[in-house]
Design a protein around this ligand. Structure first.
Ligand code: GRF
Length: 215
């Protein structure tokens, strides 16, 4: 049966676009069934509409609590029975109840070499620290912010003349490679997460995720 994913986003949606492209070319192993945004102006919603993918807007500003927002989000998601829920620039912290409901089928991409720099301003923090490399990590989501088990990580060398913008742009290019790959691994049943250990094809995944090698 065709696997279905649900995408949650808040902004321009370039990661969603790379996932959509992989789906259209047959390399994702599934289809995007719905795109949900918490922001009315999210560019990702336009990309979905153009591709005739179902969209939903659940504006967090209309809710009095995080719990109420997450309850509506969960019920829209459950109506889709997704095999995987993908956070692609979704700028909301999810409640523990939501995270445990979708445990094992909730994935995020974070623009740093986790466990370095959870949270915001990751590229500036890497530059301020004088790091030789920056990058991005796809991970399963747990209750800890940007703290779930890393699946796949890509490194990018920091150049002497990099600023936050130039570094972010180069990291984004590798994000577009690794997110569809990690999603494909999940949808094709190659990832197993049990008792706190993540395996890919029965091999233990390193604590910072599989290291991505450009092909
Ligand atoms: C990406 O940098 C991603 O790592 C982070 O949010 C950004 C989303 O960008 N979680 P886009 O909307 O996919 O272009």
């Amino acid at each position: 049966m065709n696997k279905r994913i649900a995408v949650l986003l808040s902004g321009r949606g370039s990661n969603f676009q790379s996932i959509l492209a992989a789906s259209q070319s047959g390399t994702l192993g599934g289809q995007v069934g719905i795109v949900i945004s918490n922001r009315p102006g999210a560019g990702g919603l336009d990309i979905a509409r153009e591709a005739a993918i179902q969209t939903a807007l659940i504006d967090h500003q209309s809710y009095e609590s995080r719990e109420a927002f997450d309850a509506d989000l969960a019920s829209v998601l459950e109506s889709q029975s997704p095999d995987l829920v993908v956070l692609a620039g979704f700028m909301r912290i999810l409640t523990p109840g939501f995270v445990s409901r979708f445990a094992g089928r909730l994935m995020n991409i974070h623009p740093s070499l986790l466990p370095l720099y959870p949270g915001l301003h990751t590229h500036q923090r890497a530059l301020d620290a004088g790091d030789s490399h920056a990058g991005a990590t796809v991970h399963y989501v747990t209750g800890e912010l940007d703290g779930g088990p890393p699946i796949l990580q890509a490194k990018v060398a920091v150049q002497p003349d990099d600023d936050e913008e130039s570094l972010a742009a180069r990291v984004l290019q590798v994000e577009h490679q690794i997110y569809p790959t990690a999603i494909n691994w999940h949808l094709s049943g190659r990832l197993q997460f049990e008792q706190g250990r993540l395996h890919l094809d029965d091999k233990l995944v390193p604590p910072t995720g599989q290291q991505w090698e450009p092909s």
